[in-house]
Ligand binder design. Structure first.
Ligand code: G3P
Length: 221
């Protein structure tokens, strides 16, 4: 499973990229607004940090507006993936942009039927939001499993990008379900490292080594 960072924060992206485990980035209008820099400027900066697919979302809501904006956004960098919401106009824009060779991330997907529409429209990927379904008391991860099974049944090329992942467990479950990509906040990527036995084991190794080679009695006075 590819790891994408779900953030527009440049500091977080630099840290994640330095670890060598970040394959791409997803942004949305809320994440861009948090950084206080206009979308195109911020997305260009992101493209200079991470060398992989970078999702940038349109804010127009009508078909013509989304296609126009999508084409402009795609010019920012060859790695741009245009994000369109899973509305009627969004799917129509997805179909048009995809036919033009512009990769589209069909976002705000909450049902297998919507994911089928994204695949039919030629989306590069679909973004089912796991955490937001969990928030409603539903099992968000079941949606990832359903979409992966449906896509596999028909050999759809559209990738499943598990989004709204809120914990390391979500990331592992998305990988188990067969998601092609998992996008996560920096905090979740950082949490994936943590295990008390790793810390304890390393501590013991270093103590043993120091005892044997640095504190060994020399036999001299
Ligand atoms: O990629 C989608 C993500 O930004 C939504 O996450 O935690 O706001 O549901 P969240």
């Amino acid at each position: 499973m590819k790891f994408f960072l779900d953030t527009a924060n440049l500091e977080e992206l630099r840290k994640g990229a330095a670890w060598g485990v970040v394959d791409g980035v997803t942004t949305n209008p809320s994440l861009i607004a948090k950084e206080g820099v206009p979308m195109r400027e911020q997305v260009a900066a992101i493209c200079s940090i991470v060398n992989g697919p970078i999702s940038a979302e349109v804010v127009a809501t009508d078909f013509e507006g989304m296609v126009k904006e999508g084409r402009e956004v795609a010019k920012i960098h060859p790695n741009i993936v245009v994000k369109c919401p899973l509305t009627r106009a969004g799917i129509q824009a997805c179909s048009t942009l995809s036919k033009d060779g512009i990769p589209v991330n069909a976002t705000l997907c909450f049902s297998p039927g919507q994911a089928l529409l994204a695949a039919k429209a030629g989306a590069w990927c679909v973004s089912p939001f796991v955490g937001r379904l969990d928030d409603l008391g539903l099992e968000g991860m079941a949606l990832i499993r359903d979409i992966c099974r449906i896509y596999a049944n028909y050999g759809f090329k559209t990738q499943v990008l598990a989004a709204s992942l809120r914990s390391p467990l979500h990331v592992v479950q998305a990988a188990e379900a067969g998601a092609h990509i998992g996008t996560m906040p920096f905090k979740v990527l950082d949490q994936l490292f943590n295990h008390p036995l790793t810390d304890k084991g390393l501590d013991q190794f270093l103590k043993d080594y120091a005892r044997a080679f640095q504190e060994a009695p020399t036999g001299r006075e």
